[in-house]
Design a protein around this ligand. Structure first.
Ligand SMILES: [Zn+2]
Length: 143
């Protein structure tokens, strides 16, 4: 496996929702600010009142890291973890495994898919959105 998250007290419910294929962020009940990752307080107004809001699992690639360490035999390497700025919630950045045939590009549109690993963990993968590849000449094997 690539990027294995460690759910904590605040993020556990988010991961439970991901396991049910529900993609949501927290929204403050008082000022409406959305936030991710999950935390107990609103960063804008300090309120503890919030609820989950479902959003489209779409966004644009903000940046990414390439991990050259491989712990699982047979897994293609290197694997890439992307940081995606959600379209519905511009202030929110979500990490996930890159799931494309080529490296990501800055600002490209991506969509999340859910990758069930085991009973307790489902990961978020990000794949290029849209059927047209804007840079077909760069469609090469990614190693
Ligand atoms: Zn607030």
């Amino acid at each position: 496996m690539a990027y294995r998250p460690e759910p904590d007290r605040d993020s556990r419910e988010w991961w439970e929702r991901i396991a049910r294929h529900e993609f949501a962020v927290q929204r403050c009940d008082i000022c409406g600010t959305t936030r991710f990752p999950a935390r107990a307080f609103c960063p804008a107004c300090r309120s503890e009142a919030w609820h989950w809001q479902d959003v489209e699992p779409e966004g644009r690639v903000e940046s990414w890291i390439v991990n050259h360490q491989a712990f699982v035999p047979g897994r293609r390497q290197p694997y890439v973890v992307v940081m995606v700025r959600l379209a519905a919630v511009p202030g929110c950045l979500v990490y996930g495994n890159w799931h494309g045939e080529r490296p990501p590009e800055p600002g490209e549109r991506v969509r999340a898919s859910f990758d069930r690993i085991d009973e307790t963990l489902t990961l978020v993968n990000w794949t290029p959105a849209g059927s047209l590849d804007p840079h077909p000449h760069q469609r090469t094997s990614f190693r």
